[in-house]
Design a protein around this ligand. Sequence first.
Ligand code: MN
Length: 293
Amino acid sequence: MTTTTLKTKKVLAVRGPGSNHWVGDGFPVRNLFPSNGIDAQVNPFLMLDYAGPLEFKPTQKRQGVGEHPHRGFETVTIAYQGAVDHRDSAGNAGTIFPGDVQWMTAASGVVHEEKHERAFAEKGGTFEMVQLWVNLPAKEKMSTPRYQAIAKEQIPSVKLGAESYARVIAGELNGVKGPAKTFTPVNVFDVRAKAGEQFDLALPEGQNSAVVLLKGKIRLNGETTLEEAQIAVVDLDGSGVSVDVAEDSTLLVLSGEPINEPVASYGPFVMNTEEELAQAVADYRSGKMGHLG
Ligand code: MN
């Protein structure tokens, strides 16, 4: 528990999913942004898809998304239930199990596929993941791709209450640093909160911040109720938010220094100009981003 006085970050908006759709045949997602018009308030984050929780029947099929490219940003996959197999044109492959995080820097270009892990698919079960897109500053958009497979054992926890805690995936909370390397200052916390507890969450002054409630029910700053699959965006000003936990909850807490550069996006490409987007399409089509073997 923090004892310092909190200068509360004001809640600017609360939104539910702006879109419900399938990504391939494996990811039934509720999109929390950008479908609901809060882009500017979550900069440098570009997109957040909350997949599931949904029960999948046993199958021999390879469900998920086949070969597709990314350029100009990072994809962060956080697994809650189920498992995802990944392989890409840079030769990286691995499985993201519950508690694990994959932080993939597409940068100049990666082609990959994301599929339910074979053993999970054959057995069936509940599938629940988040995919978050983090923008890169212009000077890093064409840098070399990078792949961080972060196992759950590598992610440190910070105690927030008797049974509430935050797993620090990226950035820093109460002096505890997360393992993910980032290009700009970014915090990503996986918070598990126990009903009846109350705690403060420190978030940096000058960073856009958002609290995504995946499951449960909380009250922010003593006044704003958040329910399942809702996001609250809070002000740059202030040093954090207070959380009253009404029901056992899973929160994803994001904050980051805004990247104040133009954003031009087209599907899986996020650049600064239309010309760069056209180049990305051309480079993918001509095989410059590679292919899966
Ligand atoms: Mn992808």
